[in-house]
Design a protein around this ligand. Structure first.
Ligand code: MN
Length: 464
């Protein structure tokens, strides 16, 4: 069995771990769902997760900011930060099928009569958002042709008592929807709110179609994920989740959705989008409602780490020279990819750039650096570009490629790609690119040499 048995496998256990290590804030009752929840979560973003009991007097507490740091994600996975990507890679390559059970905590209460606005404490986050949204809901869909499941996080606007406007970007859930719609059928789906950190991370893996991301959660946990069949359809959902909305994506129906504040820190515009009709709501006893504030660190890192791991896997299949990858926060953990290589052949960095664009359409800019550059430090990356990159030799540009529809500078998802080869040419004179270094700068004993009374020492130096 793979490592991962020390992973945190329940949302409640993770909240307790955060609470015991001063990384969890709990508010007083009555924080307003409109803006106030998001304002407090954003103020604490990356410092503390937050629990909001009785928001607007609602019985269900809201939680936010659970995985808002790189180090927290490694900790939840039970590995060191440096081992995090290879650990996730291993899980994505070796998925563990889930185990179906009959009695699930998430079905402790079953509501056949649905009123989303009344039953869920869905917050409104940003100034120009169209209203309350479910932002941390895992959309689980079944391929109508193969029965394989797909998991993704899609923003869900609460449009009426039982309808939600859902943004489905052109990946796997979208393909399932299109084949159902072509046959005139609705697509059976579930939106799952409040899952453990491993399932949250697994939902963001970039794996081929018909690879069920819930099986990656199993591999990360080191044990199969328990799932249960929905009450009203055939979708299987994590049995320990907090809340499940069961329903159908309606064929041919499109209704207005948005605007909504997204990860690039801009609004996704209002447009006619897919519609989910909710048939049944099930939940645990005393459930929690997880919300992810758009564009916050939880949103960025949650998408970033699984993408880094699966993009690294993708690149290493073609390029043994690739050592590591990073999706920096400044590139919204989606659009800019830094690739570290141990170059063996002249020109390899350019091939790596082309391979990276094929990894995911979101990738817009690729920067390739050598092993001596710390790619987690933006200053180091900028230094490599400043001192190793020549635009007429090392810049690659591709026009009119598929990009992100959420990038406001793209034209409805049609985007230019930019590659920067900031590696040292293999033909270069090695001394020209030898980094200056003071012998002992890392090891010299400051405690041994620094005066304990600098003021007195200075006075004696100046002779006053
Ligand atoms: Mn998928």
């Amino acid at each position: 069995m793979s490592a991962g048995t020390q992973a945190v496998t329940s949302l409640r256990a993770w909240l307790e771990r955060m609470a015991h290590t001063d990384r969890l804030a709990v508010t007083k009752s009555g924080v307003a769902l409109r803006y106030e929840v998001a304002a407090i979560a954003k103020r604490l973003d990356g410092h503390q997760a937050v629990v909001f009991p009785e928001p607007d007097g609602h019985a269900i507490p809201v939680v936010s900011g659970l995985v808002a740091r790189r180090a927290w994600i490694a900790e939840a996975m039970g590995v060191s930060e440096s081992a995090m990507l290879s650990h996730f890679q291993h899980a994505a390559r070796n998925p563990l099928p889930w185990r179906e059970i009959a009695d699930a905590p998430v079905q402790a209460e079953v509501h056949h009569s649905v009123d989303l606005k009344r039953m869920l404490p869905a917050p409104t986050h940003n100034e120009h958002d169209s209203g309350p949204y479910i932002t941390a809901g895992l959309l689980i869909a079944r391929n109508p042709r193969t029965g394989a499941q797909n998991v993704s996080i899609n923003r869900c606007q609460i449009s009426s008592e039982n309808r939600m406007g859902v943004l489905i970007l052109p990946r796997h859930a979208h393909a399932f929807y299109e084949s159902a719609e072509a046959a005139g059928d609705a697509l059976e789906v579930a939106v799952v709110i409040g899952v453990d950190p491993m399932t949250l991370l697994a939902s963001q893996a970039i794996v081929p179609i018909d690879h069920d991301e819930l099986e990656i959660s199993g591999a990360l946990r080191g044990a199969p994920l328990d799932v249960v069949k929905c009450v009203s359809n055939n979708v299987r959902v994590p049995s320990e989740a907090e809340i499940v909305l069961e329903g159908r994506m309606l064929p041919t129906v499109r209704e207005p959705e948005g605007p909504f504040g997204e990860f690039p820190q801009y609004y996704g515009p209002r447009a006619d989008r897919h519609v989910m009709e909710v048939d049944v709501i099930t939940h645990r006893e005393r459930p929690l409602f997880h919300t992810i504030v758009g564009g916050g660190l939880e949103h960025l890192w949650l998408g970033g780490i699984p993408r880094e791991a699966t993009l690294l896997d993708h690149l290493q299949r073609s390029f043994p020279s690739v050592v590591d990858v990073h999706l920096p926060v400044g590139g919204v953990c989606r659009y800019q990819l830094i690739v570290q290589i141990e170059q063996r052949q002249e020109g390899e960095a350019k091939n790596v750039i082309m391979g990276a664009f094929a990894g995911h359409y979101d990738i817009k800019q690729v920067i390739v650096v050598d092993r001596d550059v710390n790619m987690h430090d933006p200053n180091e990356v900028q230094w490599a570009i400043a001192t190793r990159f020549q635009a007429d030799r090392d810049l690659m540009m591709i026009s009119n490629a598929q990009g992100s529809k959420l990038d406001p500078s793209a034209r409805d998802g049609v985007s230019a790609k930019l590659g920067l080869d900031a590696t040292v040419p293999m033909s270069a004179e090695p001394f020209d690119f030898t980094r200056i270094r003071v012998p002992g700068e890392d090891t010299v004993g400051l405690g041994e040499w620094l005066a304990e009374d600098p003021l007195a020492r200075l006075e004696s130096v100046l002779g006053s």
